[in-house]
Design a protein around this ligand. Structure first.
Ligand code: PLP
Length: 407
């Protein structure tokens, strides 16, 4: 107890909060509003990654905060998932279904994206009676064991084997994946825009060919839109721009408006396989928590009714104009979601670090450490974009001045 008092919050964080990185950003924030985070010393930062694509309508939107407070005052946890009729869940599921194609009318709420992935993989087994899974290299679908099995990199998978058997990985946008789909496959899990390879946009013809082959062989097509969802790409979901509708849609991150919430969404008919033989085919205590659903629904209403998605295209063009620097060798992405590629991992890491020091939050990508991410809240203003891009370009100059060997 005496020891606890003597340590500051940073020391306590490193000692008592389990760490999974040797270099966490490690800044203590005390407030977040809109696109701005404020640390314990009063320094402000522009959140240029929206809390990893969560805060699409900005941090702590007053109406979302109000929805949380009101729902918390009515009731919080009541019972396990799917027993009582909880209005926030019912209302949010219905709202989502109204914005989705007819075959995506039934929502299973979870507490996280990884749980949505787990649920979808189980659903595919149950619906098809098959177990083989096709996934993509450089894909990230979550960190639990099923989700890890479909993660697209052996470095992260290997230490945790044995994982799910019969999972086959193929390169993104590569025809070999299509050739591998046959009658023995249960599902294909793919992101219409692959996030962690550095925002790689799926080719329309490739996704359409996957859809066709899945239909021919009774294979479920699962789209992971956990990161690409809720307006980030310039449409509510990326699949709308691809012209390909999945059998199962995975959502998370921005779904909860800043509260923990994920979901796998499919048809009522397919979902009904989880209710019999065995009954309770997928169970969760906290999935679809009423406070998370109330927050998510309010955030969704703000996003759609205030037409923030309509602003994405112009802001995207502005970013492309402003983020020009000889050290940025490639800018790849869609909507308000880009990766900036540098000549080396070391340069990208130094730039990311310097941006944070200079008041702008960015980070690298899991499978592209030579890139930094740009994914601001969709409510960001033109002036805020200009100021943020200036921080990025001056941070690059600063790094190159201090470390000429990285040029
Ligand atoms: N799928 C994608 C594309 C993601 O980016 C993530 C998280 O970053 C997940 C799944 C897992 O979501 P969660 O961290 O909520 O489990």
């Amino acid at each position: 107890m005496i020891l606890v008092k003597a340590m500051n919050n940073r020391q306590l964080f490193l000692q008592h909060v389990a760490q999974t990185s040797e270099a966490p950003i490690g800044i203590e924030m005390v407030e977040a509003a809109g696109v701005t985070l404020t640390d314990v010393h009063g320094k402000t930062y522009t959140d240029f990654i929206a809390g990893f694509s969560v805060c699409n309508i900005g941090h702590s939107h007053p109406e979302v905060v109000k929805a949380v407070q009101e729902q918390a005052a009515k009731y919080m946890h009541l019972i396990v998932y799917g027993e009582f009729i909880e209005s926030p869940q019912v209302q949010y599921a219905s709202l989502l279904a109204g914005h989705l194609p007819n075959n995506l009318d039934c929502v299973y709420f979870t507490s996280s994206g990884a749980e949505a992935t787990e649920g979808a993989l189980k659903l595919a087994k149950r619906v098809t009676g098959k177990t083989k899974i096709i996934a993509c290299n450089k894909a990230y679908h979550g960190s639990t064991q099923g989700a890890l099995s479909v993660m697209g990199d052996e470095y992260w998978r290997n230490a945790f084997r044995p994982l799910l058997p019969e999972v086959y990985h193929f390169n993104y946008n590569d025809h070999a994946l299509i050739d591998a789909i046959d009658g023995t496959v249960a599902c294909v899990i793919v992101e219409p825009v692959q996030a962690e390879s550095g925002v790689t946009v799926g080719k329309k013809e490739w996704l359409a060919a996957i859809r066709k082959k899945c239909d021919e062989h009774c294979v479920l097509l699962i789209f992971d839109e956990i990161q690409s969802g809720f307006g980030r790409t310039g449409s509510l979901f990326a699949f709308e721009q691809m012209g390909v509708v999945p059998d199962v849609l995975l959502v998370g991150k921005a779904l909860g408006g800043g509260m923990p919430l994920g979901a796998f969404i499919s048809s009522h008919k397919l979902m009904s396989t989880l209710t019999v033989a065995p009954v309770l085919g997928h169970i969760t205590t906290f999935g679809g928590h009423p406070v998370s659903c109330a927050a998510g629904k309010k955030a969704f209403e703000i996003l759609t009714e205030q037409k923030w998605i309509d602003t994405v295209s112009a802001k995207s063009e502005l970013l492309k104009t402003l983020l020009k620097h000889p050290a940025i060798v490639q800018m790849q992405g869609i909507g308000l979601w880009f990766s900036l590629q540098f000549t080396s991992d070391a340069l990208a890491q130094k730039v990311a670090h310097t941006c944070v020091q200079n008041g702008l939050i960015t980070d690298w990508f899991l499978f592209a450490p030579d890139r930094i991410r740009v994914a601001p809240p969709l409510i960001i203003t033109e002036a805020e974009i200009r100021a943020a891009c200036a921080i990025i370009t001056t941070s690059i100059d600063q790094v190159l001045l201090e470390h000429p060997e990285l040029a």
